[in-house]
Ligand binder design. Structure first.
Ligand code: PLP
Length: 235
């Protein structure tokens, strides 16, 4: 097996083990491959192994790879912060926007999707706290404001609310943070029963996320190896 085939199998095994340990069906957890800073060739290699869902944290990189690999029929997700002036480019790729964290962005995405005659799928990104400044860089709406933002998404006919997304804060055990996210998700689902997805967990904490109920885990490093430090592609 190639290195990527091996790590792909290992990550899928980790997800399956975590699901079984939590008494869940492994097929209830979707693997999202985070391909930021990787080449289109890396994505194509993983696609050839059967992976369909990929994520980027920069619009430009997402658009470039989506165009270059259009023949592969992949599904793209944006997991990084989105400026309003780039909404058109993202919606044009049909990407799922997992980083919706403010009303102005909801309105902009809805307007763009409506004009394009499509329905854009979105997640509300929640800030789970952590060191000051980190949240600002990472994005996310404060937990107490998340239900309101979910309402704003649901009011838009051109948007479909899939669920919540979050990154565990640094310097804290991920388990309790994911438990707070899961409680919030339950609350949002009372008003929006279709918002069933919970996007949480990365290479270092996917087990804790699956235990808390994650339906989507976003994995980069454990699939592709460490990213170049200078890429500025954190977290
Ligand atoms: C980079 C990134 C990931 C993947 O992180 P790894 O630790 O490389 O698995 C997941 N989610 C978001 C929002 C990211 O920016």
């Amino acid at each position: 097996m190639s290195g990527l085939a091996e790590s792909f199998a290992a990550v899928r095994q980790r997800i399956a083990d975590a699901a079984r340990a939590a008494g869940r069906d492994p097929s209830s957890v979707q693997l999202l491959a985070v391909s930021k800073t990787r080449t289109a060739d890396d994505v194509a290699t993983l696609a050839a192994l059967g992976q369909r869902e990929f994520a980027e944290n920069k619009v430009q990189e997402l658009v470039a790879k989506a165009e270059e690999l259009a023949h592969l029929d992949l599904r793209w997700h944006l997991v990084g912060q989105l400026q309003r002036n780039k909404a058109t480019a993202v919606v044009g790729t049909g990407a799922v926007v997992q980083s919706v964290d403010r009303v102005s962005l909801v309105e902009r995405l809805a307007g763009v999707a409506e004009r394009a005659g499509t329905v854009a799928e979105v997640f509300v990104q929640v800030d789970l706290g952590g060191p000051e400044g980190e949240a600002a860089a990472r994005g996310g709406v404060a937990a107490e404001l998340a239900p309101e933002l979910a309402d704003a998404v649901a009011e838009q006919p051109a948007l479909r609310l899939r669920g919540l997304m979050a990154v565990a804060p640094r310097g804290e055990e991920p388990g309790p943070a994911f438990a707070r996210l899961a409680a919030l998700s339950e609350r949002v689902r009372r008003d929006h029963p279709g918002a069933v997805e919970l996007s949480a967990g990365m290479s270092g904490d996917l087990e804790e996320a699956v235990a808390a109920g994650a339906t989507v885990v976003r994995v980069g490093t454990a699939l592709f190896g460490p990213r170049p430090l200078a890429s500025g592609a954190g977290p």
